[in-house]
Design a protein around this ligand. Structure first.
Ligand code: DX5
Ligand code: ZN
Length: 218
């Protein structure tokens, strides 16, 4: 089922070699590139900001999928849009005005993504369905790669699939995706799977073939 998109997260790539890592993983079959922005405040980890995102954009031929784990979001929307984000995803939990944030993301010319932490009920997206192009269901608590998949999110994704109906909204899953958990998420209705550690394990820029094998195994 190649309607399924695999979006490797560069959080598990070599941070000193992002350009080459992105080119390698795209050559090995990645559909999108997932870029995790963390602020050390909304989540307990720090990654990078708009200048780095802009610098890696020219190495991406597919889709740059930027996952903002930052609060507040609104002051940075234009900077990430200018950096070349195709999809710009904000967390529902990142502030009191997610409706305004999603409007601003589309207004800046990006596809609007809405991410939900594992503890957030799916009903929270009910009044936002006409404002989003993607809903990201977190299957780990955001902040780190390589964490264990949270199985309670399967029922949540099934419910979301039913809520979406025939609207053109991607269901993206982020966290703990492996060859074991990916089929559960496909069956539940997801069409974009983010995978960090499961894609980058065993490979390198010098030896990228494992990236391809890992992608195909998902
Ligand atoms: C977690 C990030 C994820 C992370 C996934 O906070 O949003 O994108 O890179 O890593 P894995 O696939 O290793 O769980
Ligand atoms: Zn992510």
């Amino acid at each position: 089922d190649r309607n399924l998109k695999i979006a490797p997260s560069i959080l598990s790539a070599d941070f000193a070699n992002f350009g080459a890592e992105i080119e390698a993983v795209e050559a090995q079959g990645a559909d999108w590139i997932h870029v995790d922005v963390m602020d050390g405040h909304f989540v307990p980890n720090l990654t990078f900001g708009p200048p780095l995102v802009k610098a890696i954009r020219k190495h991406i031929k597919t889709v740059m999928d930027v996952h903002l784990m930052i609060a507040p979001v609104d002051p940075y929307i234009d900077a990430f849009a200018d950096a070349g984000a195709d999809v710009l995803t904000a967390h529902l939990e990142a502030g009191p005005h997610i409706h305004r944030t999603l409007q601003a993301i589309r207004g800046a010319g990006c596809k609007a993504g809405l991410a939900l932490n594992p503890g957030t009920p799916i009903d929270a997206v009910d009044h936002l369905l006409d404002m989003v192009d993607l809903i990201c269901v977190m299957t780990v608590n955001p902040g780190f790669g390589g964490q264990k998949f949270i199985h309670s999110q399967i029922a949540k994704v099934e419910k979301l699939r039913a809520m979406i109906g025939d609207r053109p909204i991607h269901i993206e899953i982020d966290g703990g995706i492996t060859p074991e958990t990916a089929p559960l998420m496909r069956a539940a209705g997801a069409d974009v799977l983010v995978a960090g550690s499961a894609v980058f394990k065993g490979g390198s820029v010098a030896d990228p073939a494992p990236y391809g094998a890992n992608i195909r195994a998902i």
